[in-house]
Design a protein around this ligand. Sequence first.
Ligand SMILES: Nc1nc2c(ncn2[C@@H]2O[C@H](COP(=O)(O)OP(=O)(O)OP(=O)(O)O)[C@@H](O)[C@H]2O)c(=O)[nH]1
Ligand SMILES: [Mg+2]
Length: 351
Amino acid sequence: MKFLDQAKVYIRSGDGGAGSVSFRREKFIEFGGPDGGDGGRGGDVWVEAVAGLNTLIDYRYQQHFKAKTGMHGMGRNRNGGKGSDVTLKVPAGTQVFAEDNETLICDLTTVGERHRIAAGGNGGFGNAYFKSSVNQAPRRANPGLEGEELTIWLRLKLIADAGLVGLPNAGKSTFLATVTRARPKIADYPFTTLHPGLGVATIDETEFVIADIPGLIEGAHEGVGIGDRFLGHVERTSVLLHLVSATEEDVAQAYRTVRRELEAYEHGLAEKPEIVALSKVDTLTEEDRAEKLEALREACGRRPLELSAVSREGMTEALRALRDAIGRLNPSEPPHEDPRIAAAKETEGGR
Ligand SMILES: Nc1nc2c(ncn2[C@@H]2O[C@H](COP(=O)(O)OP(=O)(O)OP(=O)(O)O)[C@@H](O)[C@H]2O)c(=O)[nH]1
Ligand SMILES: [Mg+2]
């Protein structure tokens, strides 16, 4: 599945149907009177968060959405039917912005949430409506009101419980692949990951969603490398797992570079709970390992976890630490019934 997290879409709700001008005409009935029905309401435009999607890629191919016009009123007091609605199906975590791409119209965070973004025009009154004591045969009817036309932006910010951050090659995707069923691309060159991916981890029968994003480098907030544009996908997580590769010459420096980018991005990322881990520890001798752990401990101010995807060392501890951090923040959320988990599961094998 291709990934797209921003799309510009043109929508138009349906016009109302016109009212009808009509008179009752029957052989033996004089002065049958007006019987033109009202027009139907135009269709609405909705957005709805649905399960099984984690990209807005469909909106690259279709950008215009128009609801149907209401049916016109007819004689014999028949009112027109309502025009059909259109619904834009989006993944949970999609925000809808106005044309300026800044004014938030709505934020669809859970599957099943719906929001009407353009209402259909009202139908016009038929001439039966205008009958009065002084005008018993009105020849007027209203046209329907026009629908609304809007340009909107859809912006997806994935909904995950934990986010993986670190320099390129830190082992983020490898971690995701080790603890979930997701199969991200993994390779020993920087920027292997070009777009975010989700996976569902299980620990002690608790499930939670992890998001893997492209690596950050110095200047990412100014657009260097892939930039910080995917940081939005970890903005809504409860905790970050910051991986620092043991193969880095200077692990303290590596840690600080990523921290600086998180701070520059703002939106509360720097204040989010962070779990720091030295990854790829299998590549180190005992001596180097102690040294690098100490350097990283000094940089981050607490003892980092030690991880290796090769020996699986530290994986369970990392998952427990993540779960505890998530649990503390959302104690009311029963993770088993969480629709996000189901949605992430459906997509995790998909790339
Ligand atoms: N020895 C060892 N190698 C690892 C470990 N984890 C990852 N690697 C290797 O490190 C390289 C980079 O791993 P990725 O998981 O692609 O790193 P990433 O952080 O996702 O990198 P980007 O997507 O480029 O940001 C790959 O060649 C992995 O096989 C580990 O625990 N031990
Ligand atoms: Mg990666």
